[in-house]
Design a protein around this ligand. Structure first.
Ligand SMILES: [Zn+2]
Length: 531
């Protein structure tokens, strides 16, 4: 049986942009659109043309995308004609391949929020879809609150969907706007819709308020819908939207879907999935969800020694899909329970060749256990693990030596009477025969120390130019006066590579210093800096 085509529609640039704390620049939006286009997503919704300067500019330019770039906006306002609605005119004139209208389909909302009659709302849908026809655009209708509307007044909700379809809308998209619908309800309701609108014209737009947006989307597909809307990493207001990343993994790798449907994402592009997901976090300047299905750092991480040795024999023993398929990688965690096999597998992964019975492997394992007992957690800091291993195997040059550092924090009243806290760090470094001194101010002591440390490393400076700290996490282990501080620092470089380093000490500055040093040395090792 030939496979049916299933279409993916991304709303990261509009719905995703509703997320608390997310504010995309034009540059961000173009970068995200390029990520989606590369993956093979069919539709990219750009936002509301004319709503703000960023979106106006986005719609004003040639974006060079293969995907169907879609403008979003409302159907004509109640009591107006299509010719006399500036919002609608802007939408019709936007440089876009498709237009996605949003309309109310819940009778209660039509009366209370829109303050119009059910008949006028149907006429608005009909007129708006019709008005787009001479423009030669593909038209979609987002049926807002469709599932709640269907529960309240099924015949009216269906009438809205049918009207749009009859007027020539390519897609009628059923939105679970409040996100409270459950998968079995979605399946029943979508089935009812496909009795009046053919399933290959029906889409699903699920919000994640019950953590089931992905399940709801798949339930809609089982019931006949052939377009899925979602966002990268499930970005979206409240609890987010259906996560396109997880959906793509499921649709490509689970036989029920991959056997019956084709999507625009090829097997080759599937291997870009992890990168696309992490690139979005990069753009948002946030740490990704380690536990995200398919693409998270921990999605293929196994800790217990017994599982690790089974995985070495056959990865399928503890993995539901191959990590390489989605561009992720297997990770065997080095931990308290670790056996030799974990350590050997980790060494192999980071590219350190060593004989299986090399006595240094046992010594390395002992050191790891000792260090983990005092608070180190190498499973969360693989760059520090790699350095530790390389040092024990005698393969890390002594690039430079920090002979002394001094950090001070001062609170005072400034010239305009404000109380300010200023941090300053001075670092003395020996690089070969050069003795260097750098000083820097920072917004905190660790920031000042970091800036001073990276200010001048002599001949190594060019190697660390692109180095950036992207995350800094502090945890206090065991309470009371004996507390020690564990610092994890995530760094990134100009090639988009990321690594995490660790420091542990009763003193937070010292713990931070260890992690900073590891980060710099790791970068020098990776860059092949000469000793
Ligand atoms: Zn939405």
């Amino acid at each position: 049986m030939p496979r049916e085509r299933l279409f993916l529609f991304d709303t990261t640039l509009r719905d995703g942009a509703q997320t608390n704390g997310v504010d995309f620049t034009l540059h961000d939006k173009l970068a995200i659109a390029a990520l989606l286009d590369d993956l093979g997503v069919d539709y990219i919704e750009g936002g509301y043309p004319g709503a703000n300067p960023v979106d106006t500019e986005l719609f004003g330019r040639d974006r060079g995308l293969r995907a169907t770039f879609t403008a979003f906006g409302m159907t004509r306002r109640p009591g107006r004609s299509t010719a006399n609605d500036p919002g609608l005119a802007a939408l019709l004139d936007a440089r876009a391949d498709a237009i996605c209208y949003v309309a109310k389909t819940w009778d209660y909302h039509v009366r209370v929020a829109l303050e119009t009659t059910l008949e006028d709302n149907l006429a608005s849908i009909r007129d708006s879809v019709r008005a787009a026809r001479p423009k030669g655009r593909e038209v979609l209708l987002d049926c807002e609150h469709f599932f709640d509307g269907y529960k309240a007044n099924p015949s009216y909700a269906l009438a809205c969907a049918r009207t749009a379809h009859e007027e020539g809308a390519r897609w009628v998209v059923l939105c679970d706007t409040n996100g409270g619908t459950l998968p079995h309800e979605v399946e029943v309701i979508v089935k009812a819709v496909t009795a009046v609108v053919p399933g290959d014209h029906v889409g699903i737009h699920a919000h994640n308020d019950t953590e089931q947006a992905v399940a709801n989307s798949l339930a809609a597909v089982r019931a006949g819908a052939r377009q899925i809307q979602g966002t990268l990493n499930g970005l979206g207001e409240r609890c987010g939207n259906a996560n396109l990343v997880s959906l793509i993994g499921n649709l490509k790798l689970k036989a029920e879907y991959s056997g019956n449907f084709d999507i625009g994402v090829t097997d080759d592009k599937l291997a870009h999935l992890t990168r696309a997901s992490r690139s979005l976090d990069e753009i948002l300047n946030r740490a990704g969800n380690r536990h995200a299905p398919y693409v998270g750092d921990s999605a293929f991480a196994t800790k217990a020694g017994i599982h690790a040795s089974a995985i070495l024999k056959d990865p399928a023993t503890y993995e539901h899909v191959r990590p390489e398929a989605v561009g992720n990688r297997r990770k065997l965690l080095v931990s308290d329970q670790a056996g030799r096999s974990n350590v050997l597998a980790e060494l192999e992964r980071v590219g350190i060749a060593v004989e299986r019975d090399d006595p240094r492997v046992v010594r390395l394992l002992d050191v790891i256990k000792e260090r983990e007992a005092v608070g180190y957690a190498y499973e969360a800091a693989d760059a520090s693990f790699e350095l530790l291993a390389r040092r024990m195997l005698g393969r890390v040059p002594q690039y430079f030596d920090v002979t002394q550092f001094d950090v001070n924090v001062e609170q005072r009243v400034n010239a305009i009477g404000e109380r300010v806290t200023v941090s300053m760090a001075v670092v003395k470094v020996t690089v070969g025969d050069d003795k260097l001194i750098s000083a820097a101010e920072g917004n905190g002591p660790v920031n000042a120390l970091d800036l001073a440390l990276r200010k001048d490393l002599g001949k190594y400076q060019t190697y660390i130019k692109g180095l950036n700290l992207t995350d800094y996490r502090v945890r206090i282990l065991n309470a009371g006066t004996e507390a020690v501080t564990r610092v994890l620092i995530e760094s990134a470089d100009e090639n988009g590579e990321r690594w995490t380093t660790i420091g542990v000490s009763p003193n937070i500055i010292d713990a931070s210093f260890q992690a900073l040093m590891d980060s710099i040395v790791y970068k020098l090792v990776k860059s092949g800096a000469p000793a």
